[in-house]
Ligand binder design. Structure first.
Ligand SMILES: [Zn+2]
Length: 235
């Protein structure tokens, strides 16, 4: 599938940014952690390599400051929504697209289950021809990205890739994609909330301890006062 059409001086890009982004997210979540664990370097011949995503540079220049604030990393312009910064990239920074490689990551979406990631409704009827096509693409990705001839880590990743992405391309059986799991993110917010909870509990129990101790000494004092008061009465 060609994704670049040259019309005179300008180059038209026919590659979905949304689908490329979904594919990248899947790679980051369901493949990269395993590749990093094996300390394996994916070659640029592999279509999943970052150099083969023509939008990668632009996406890396997208600064998400707040829920409603996106900033362009090239010119510092701000936007309320992601779709507007996408449009801005398309119009203003089109020249920065990595078109020399002419690689569209969205083209491997069939193999990587992008529809699932994008929350698209699942087709009720499975198309065997489409499933076979996706499986073939998926297996060719496994072969080109993790050639088994390259040694044990490549072999392990090859095997993982088949289980994680390719097994589910079938109309028979109900194999689910991403069977090998995803990256466990150590969320910074999660860490902060955990520390605060522990501190709060510690504070609460210290307070409870001091309060009870105070109550006990208080009643003892009261008793002492009442006893001395009683003693004084008869005299
Ligand atoms: Zn800009």
């Amino acid at each position: 599938m060609t994704n670049l059409v040259e019309t005179g001086d300008t180059v038209e890009v026919h590659c979905s940014r949304e689908r490329s982004r979904a594919a990248w997210k899947i790679i980051e979540e369901y493949l990269t952690p395993f590749v990093e664990k094996e300390q394996y370097h994916i070659s640029s011949r592999c279509r999943l390599h970052s150099d083969n995503d023509l939008y990668r540079d632009q996406e890396q220049h997208k600064i998400h400051i707040d829920v409603n604030e996106w900033k362009c990393g090239y010119c510092r312009k701000s936007f309320y929504e992601e779709k507007y910064i996408d449009k801005h990239f398309d119009h203003r920074h089109r020249n920065l697209l990595n078109v020399s490689h002419g690689k569209c990551l969205a083209d491997v979406c069939g193999a990587l289950h992008c529809d699932l990631e994008m929350g698209m409704p699942q087709k009720t009827k499975c198309n065997p021809a489409a499933a076979a096509r996706n499986k073939h693409l998926c297996e060719s990705l496994a072969d080109s990205c993790f050639p088994v001839s390259e040694g044990p880590s490549a072999s392990r990743l090859h095997e993982l890739f088949l289980r994680q992405f390719c097994d589910a391309h079938t109309c028979t059986g109900n194999r689910k994609p991403f069977s090998r799991g995803r990256k466990k993110r150590m969320n910074i917010l999660y860490v902060i909330v955990s520390i605060l909870t522990v501190l709060l509990l510690l504070f609460f129990y210290t307070f409870l301890y001091l309060y009870q101790r105070g109550l006990k000494t208080g009643t003892q004092n009261l008793r002492r006062v009442s006893q001395s008061g009683r003693k004084k009465k008869p005299s």
